[in-house]
Design a protein. Sequence first.
Length: 301
Amino acid sequence: MLLLSAVPHWSLSMGQFPWHPDEGTTQSIPSGSRPARWNARWAQEELDLRNRRLGHAGVARAQDVLARRYRLGSADQAFQLLRTVSQQSNIKLHTLADAVVRTPAPDQGASLWFPGRARVSPPRLPGLSLDRGSRDSQGAVLKATLHRVLSITQTPMGNVQLAQSGRLHLARHTGLNTYFTDFFTFVDAPTTSCSQAAAERRQVTVRDVATAAVFDEVSRYAIMQTGSRAAHSVPLTNGQGGVLGMVSSHHERPLTGFTSAQLHALQQTGTNVGRWLSWHWHTAVRDALERLHAQAVSAQQ
């Protein structure tokens, strides 16, 4: 029996996906961290330690960039700047930190980070249930995206991840327990179906989690203990095929597969939402970077 099936789309070597919404090149996903005392279930303290370490790493890199670029007095001053702009702009701290690290620096002495930047309206998102006033809200779009995918795949369990700093970061979920969400807060190794779908830029169906070769045993346990026996992952891709995120459905019983109409609807959703995420990066995230630059320059004076 074929346990792992995929919808042909893009081809890319396993364990790779773009780090940035505009990058055409790829970087390897770092190998996953394992606790010193290995077994199928990680202790909560080990999960908390790993998540704090990975979450702090991205912010720390941004603090270092800002401290050097703007000659700030300390890393704490850089952190306060990041946190303030994150709150003012309604952009997640880790998203803003990743943007600081990945975006080329503004010109020396420039008053604007992105001079002459054109502004466009958010792209349409057919099939998603969104209020008119929430079309530019990432939280609302990700919630609607998850609802759309779970409606197509007919299951109450699923999650959305965003690609940041070379790994997938859990952004939204429903129907999944705390151990699952803590374990998959960050995915930085090619031992899950979502990382394979991101690496190969195509939909991936795991028909039976219990026997699928894609998983290592700790990932398999984390999925099965929440009541999932099958999964389907859909890349969120921009217009150039770059993977900006992933949405996955989880199912209580092994899958026999999806119809061509379902697969087409899922792929179209992934394409539409990926284009929206690219728009969000070039508008809301760059707006936040522009505000951060203005406040940092002002602090120098």
